[in-house]
Design a protein around this ligand. Structure first.
Ligand SMILES: [Ca+2]
Length: 330
């Protein structure tokens, strides 16, 4: 009986202690953790001078952890979100930069099979055309996020990719900057995306997504191209749906896709009321209604699914799509 009681007391005390106090007793110090990362990099064949530079003075960044935990939870409707994410000044800036960089954009767009307006739209949404790229040292951000532990494996792997990027000489350590989560340069690539998709757009042998616009454009275009982009199509369009349409029809899973002719027979029209285009072609589309029947509805093509691979947020994909259309249509 006494044993039972004391066990119960221990249990009660344990549940009252803040969870972090035990988690941290089993955890190495940040300094030791960074040494482990360095050793792992050494095992992966990263050169000693790069290891020394990359790991000199790696610092834990409480603000990165705070940013990770405080991501906004309030859900905006698309009617609220789109004008905030793509204000008119951003549209004007996109149109101006599209013209200024057209020679590079056209060359790179042709090479990768991506319409230039989508390259510029991604650039605008990701980093405001390269003006907000993050000021964290990438190794600080990744070591902090890995040490924080909620997604340790993911960030540890990203840290190893980051070391390879330095080892390949694309960027000097002192300029190796990114967001609190380690998203880098003007397209905000995580190191693993850099390794998979970064490209050299100006032919100097380096993939400099921080400072070389041609490399930024080629890297974004290569990402889309490798992910299945089809340049003969657009992303989709906003549509009118008949009142009372079933929400069962919406969704992006394979079996929810229908040909445009089928959607047209279900009463779906372009947003301005005209019939859907290209009804005689075998083009599959998906209906999405993120704000239910009362909000904006879209028929999206495969290219929209590609944008969702870049970033799983439909807010992101629709902001990019909207900006790409404004570049073309004003
Ligand atoms: Ca280059």
């Amino acid at each position: 009986m006494i044993t039972f009681k004391s066990k119960l007391t221990t249990l009660a005390l344990a549940t009252m202690l803040p969870f972090t106090s035990w988690a941290e007793s089993a955890k190495p110090s940040f300094e030791d953790y960074v040494l482990e990362l360095k050793e792992q990099g050494r095992e992966q064949g990263i050169s000693e001078p790069i290891l020394e530079q990359a790991f000199s003075d790696v610092t834990y960044k409480p603000r990165a952890v705070k940013a990770d935990k405080n991501q906004p939870e309030k859900r905006l409707t698309l009617d609220e979100y789109i004008p905030r994410a793509v204000p008119d000044w951003k549209v004007k800036q996109a149109q101006k930069l599209y013209k200024q960089n057209y020679a590079d954009l056209k060359r790179i767009g042709d090479e990768y099979g991506v319409q230039p307006r989508f390259i510029v739209a991604l650039w605008g949404v990701e980093s405001n055309f390269g003006t907000f790229t993050g000021n964290y040292r990438v190794m600080d951000a990744l070591a902090t996020m890995a040490y924080d532990g909620r997604r340790e494996e993911f960030f540890r792997t990203e840290a190893m990719h980051a070391l390879k990027i330095l080892d390949e000489g694309h960027i000097p350590v002192e300029n190796f900057k990114g967001s609190w989560a380690g998203a880098m340069g003007q397209p905000q690539f995580m190191p693993s995306s850099f390794m998979a998709y970064a490209a050299d757009g100006n032919g100097d042998g380096k993939k400099d997504i921080w400072n070389t616009k041609a490399d930024v454009f080629a890297s974004a275009a290569n990402y889309l191209s490798q992910s299945g982009w089809q340049e003969e199509y657009t992303w989709g369009r906003q549509v009118q749906v008949p009142s009372g349409i079933s929400l069962e029809l919406q969704g992006r899973s394979e079996e929810k896709g229908k040909y445009l002719q089928e959607w047209s027979e279900l009463g779906i029209k372009r947003f301005d009321g005209r019939p859907l285009p290209r009804l005689d072609e075998d083009i599959k589309a998906w209906l999405i209604m993120p704000d239910d029947q009362n909000g904006r509805s879209y028929l999206v093509y495969n290219n929209y699914n590609v944008l969702m691979k870049w970033n799983r947020s439909y807010y992101f994909a629709l902001a990019v799509s909207h900006l790409a259309d404004r570049i073309k249509f004003g």
